[in-house]
Design a protein. Structure first.
Length: 525
């Protein structure tokens, strides 16, 4: 009995009709768009929420943090659950939780109600997001088809984050802040109906099918949640406060216990540490962590700069982000077409350097800097670089991973993105706030705020340079033909990975064998 047994297509999947690949891709992309849209859509609606529900300045941040904490903390569990209990089933469960929480939050009558709904939304997103990537990696097995699918998925994922400000501004200004949550209801219902009708079930099967590592999931979720909580709270408490130090200490202790448990105790570990012996795994995740930490905070600071310094309305601010959304889509499409030919490494280096240059350029804006003269070009450079990196990172993080660990690899790269973004935003916000408080009495509030934002941009450019450095260590991904198709083909090594001469990329000679699609594997070259 294999890892992906045909019997796994029974139960729920037996009733599913055969679906074309484009429909499966569409369902995965729509779900991922919803999840990442809700990371950013609330930003421009926060002032309206504050007035409507009576939030304080310090309490308002939890509208964002509640989503980020649960989303980041449960991603690993979400990816593994999809492998064990069925990707179709978990996809539908994640959609139901996310859509239901959106409805619940849209009717919020007090602060606790809204924050609770946002936390449950994050849980639904943590279940749904890695499942969408797992569905793609197990559906599109031919390298070129997979790279195209990942390119579209990456573009939609990036666009979801970037388009949040635009859609949030329009909905808040024309309707109500509640519609940033209600908008998910019709999309979620349609996607659930289509997913139930057309997605087929797949899961890990066999005599040695692992069980869910609940203690490991609790430990890593608690540790990551404490880490994000500790860093986020530095914006109001500072890095040296006893509350921050205690929370970060608890996080370190929990993560240490988690690593020990996974290495020495767990019989079926949630996160097999041997995965990190694969250089493609740890380098791609580290690059994602740094890149997200540098870039995701940009939308937060740019939104504040345009509205509080330049006086833009929420809708006008949203439209200012349109070129960035387009740049992400272009970058993702370009990289998806080049990654199979050149591998992820050169694209990651170019993309990270492009983003670093744009962030450094943004570090020079002033109080009177115009949109077209000082903001448009650098912001497009930042997001174009991000788009160039999305597909190669997803490609490198999942290349050569066996099907039974596809969900775990997907969860890891998504966790790196969210944790990196949360840690980066919290740290850079602390830098910006400190800078503003130091200058506000001398230069006035607008100049002080601008100086704080530009200081954050410059530090972010250094972090992006660090991502370019780690990208240099990401292994090449080469194309090889399976054993038996050609004399130059690779063989299966002792570790189970296919290995080959990097120059052996040509297809077999005519008549040498039946046509077999190429296999993408990672090498340590």
């Amino acid at each position: 009995m294999g890892d992906l047994d045909s019997s796994a297509l029974g139960a729920l999947g037996a009733r599913a009709r055969s679906a074309p690949d484009w429909l499966i891709l569409t369902l995965a992309c729509v779900a991922q768009f919803m999840v990442l849209l809700d990371v950013s859509i609330v930003n421009v609606a926060l002032p309206a929420m504050k007035v409507s529900l009576g939030f304080s300045e310090s309490g308002l941040q939890w509208v964002l943090n509640a989503y980020t904490l649960t989303f980041a903390g449960f991603l690993l569990l979400g990816g593994r659950t999809a492998d064990l209990f069925g990707r179709r089933r978990i996809f539908l469960v994640g959609l139901a939780v996310f859509t239901g929480a959106s409805l619940f939050g849209g009717f919020a009558q007090d602060q606790t109600w809204l924050i609770t709904a946002r936390a449950v939304q994050g849980l639904g997103g943590a279940i749904l997001s890695p499942t969408t990537l797992t569905i793609l990696t197990t559906t599109f097995t031919e390298p070129k088809a997979r790279s195209r699918a990942m390119g579209i998925w990456s573009a939609v994922a990036g666009a979801g984050g970037a388009a949040g400000a635009l859609l949030g501004g329009i909905l808040t200004e024309e309707l109500s802040w509640r519609w940033i949550l209600f908008i998910n209801i019709p999309i979620g219902i349609v996607t659930m109906v289509a997913g139930r009708a057309y997605l087929q079930e797949s899961r890990v099967t066999g005599e040695h099918r692992p069980t869910l590592d609940v203690p490991g999931a609790v430990l890593v979720t608690s540790g990551l949640t404490a880490l994000v909580l500790g860093v986020v709270r530095t914006t109001t408490l500072g890095w040296g406060s006893w509350q921050t130090l205690t929370t970060l200490g608890i996080s370190a202790a929990l993560i240490t216990v988690f690593l020990y448990y996974e290495a020495r105790v767990a019989k079926a570990p949630l996160m097999p540490l041997r995965m990190f012996e694969r250089r493609s795994i740890w380098t791609s995740n580290l690059t994602m962590f740094l890149l997200s930490g540098a870039i995701f905070a940009m939308w937060f600071f740019v939104s504040l700069y345009l509205q509080q310094v330049r006086g833009y309305s929420p809708m006008r601010t949203g439209f200012a982000f349109v070129p960035q959304t387009i740049a992400i889509i272009i970058g993702a499409q370009v990289s998806s077409r080049l990654v199979v030919r050149f591998g992820p490494r050169p694209l990651l280096v170019i993309g990270a350097l492009c983003s670093a240059g744009g962030l450094f350029w943004l570090g020079g804006v002033g109080v009177t800097t115009g949109y077209w003269s000082g903001f448009f070009v650098p912001s497009v450079l930042v997001t174009l670089g991000l788009g160039l990196c999305f597909t190669p990172l997803a490609f490198a993080a999942t290349a050569g991973v066996p099907p039974q660990e596809a969900g775990l690899a997907s969860g890891l790269v998504n966790t790196s993105r969210q944790i990196g973004g949360a840690v980066g935003l919290a740290a850079l916000a602390t830098v910006a706030t400190t800078r503003m408080l130091d200058l506000v009495g001398r230069v006035g509030p607008l100049a002080a705020a601008t100086s704080g934002y530009t200081e954050a941009f410059r530090i972010a450019s250094v972090i992006a340079l660090g991502a370019a450095g780690t990208a240099l260590v990401v292994p090449k991904v080469v194309r090889v033909w399976p054993v038996g198709t050609d004399a130059r083909a690779g063989s299966v090594g002792a570790t189970g990975e296919t290995v080959a001469n990097p120059d052996s990329t040509a297809p077999p000679e005519n008549g040498s064998a039946v046509a077999v699609p190429v296999t993408v594997v990672s090498t340590d070259e």
